[in-house]
Design a protein around this ligand. Sequence first.
Ligand code: HAM
Length: 418
Amino acid sequence: MKNEKIQAPKGVREYLPPESRAFEWVRSQLIAPAKNSGYQLMELPVFEDTNLFSRGVGESTDVVSKEMYTFEDRGGRSITLRPEGTAGVMRAVIESNLDRGQLPVKVWYSGQFFRAERPQAGRYRQFYQVGIEAIGIDDPALDAEVIAIADQGFRNLGLKNYRLEITSLGDLPSRSAHKVDLQKFIATLDLDEATRERAALNPLRLFDDKRPEMIEKMSKAPLLLDYLTEYSRNHFDSVKRYLDALNISYVVNPRMVRGLDYYTGTTFEFVHQDLGAQSGIGGGGRYDGLMEVLGGQPLSGIGFGLGVDRALLAAIAEGTLPIDDFSSDLFIIPLGESSKAYVLSMAASIRSQGFSVEIAFGDRSLKGAMKGADKSGARYVLVIGDNEIGAASVELKRMSDGDVISVKMSELNTVLGA
Ligand code: HAM
């Protein structure tokens, strides 16, 4: 019986060559500004105790109530594949007492996250994020810096067609005062059972309901921004002032609801204009109560998660991928067995100068090897046979126009570097 081919699970996003080069580039560009700003890597497990997310992210969220990959492990423990990164970072910070040292604790992370959503373009069940968290200091200047780091990541990709939306969810007194009026307002609405249940868990969730009749119903709802205490208002005003000083433009969106329940104070989202329904390329905010809810001290924190898959789609949509950067500088074809040893060490020596070099392996014909060189996208090709071994100059083929140039071995680096 013939073995059937096995397919990847539905909705997972994977990156294979040659696309993976673009993915790797996008991820590194998004991370670079965080590394430049003193954030350090945190590598965390992709699975955690389920309680971490139900308590940290919140039972009222779709993420926890509908989208978690939860299973029992062999020891009977309830385990969940991480749907997001902040709760895990907080768990690790508390567990290893990092919050007892220098504050803020500043970390970055990147990796796979899992949400059992309905797959569509830009929405996957396994997707990739890079994120940062700055824990332990509540300073509006830090909020502005965190937002600026995310913005710089997108600028590194050459993106232009996106906007930054910000709002403030205020401190506890702001939210309590607003909640009273919001609940009174919601009580006047004619709602189905499921929506009423959601509202009971977290009334703010109704602002996130995309059904046109709900958007209409909520259009007159009281807005949290109008209930900010003086402290929260000053905090938010300072964040905006710092963003202005940084020349980062933003729109205030008082109806923004993030999909996770831990947010307080400054919250933000980056929305790309060319991506259709899945337009959120990144988002984040401050979370005052999260550490305490997870058994730690009452310290505030702020961070973001950027969607690497969507950032890549945005870079493709805007045509900003630097295709040339993904190819090797030189492709060397050894002619015959006798030149292989020479070519291996020649390639090693050129690589040590900082160039990327590929070699044609196997005993293919020159024509076949040239095809391989062409496909690789390398900028130059060199054919090394017995005559070229130890020669003072070589014939270098420039692949962009097919020109062959005679180059002295001593000047090869200069030509490749040009
Ligand atoms: P989030 O808004 O849920 O925030 O996710 C951040 C980004 O991940 C989104 O803006 C989007 O680009 C991407 N993303 C989310 N779900 C999917 C999906 N199913 N497929 C593809 N991309 C997706 C968080 O996760 C927070 N932990 C961010 C944060 C860090 N807040 C504070 N610190």
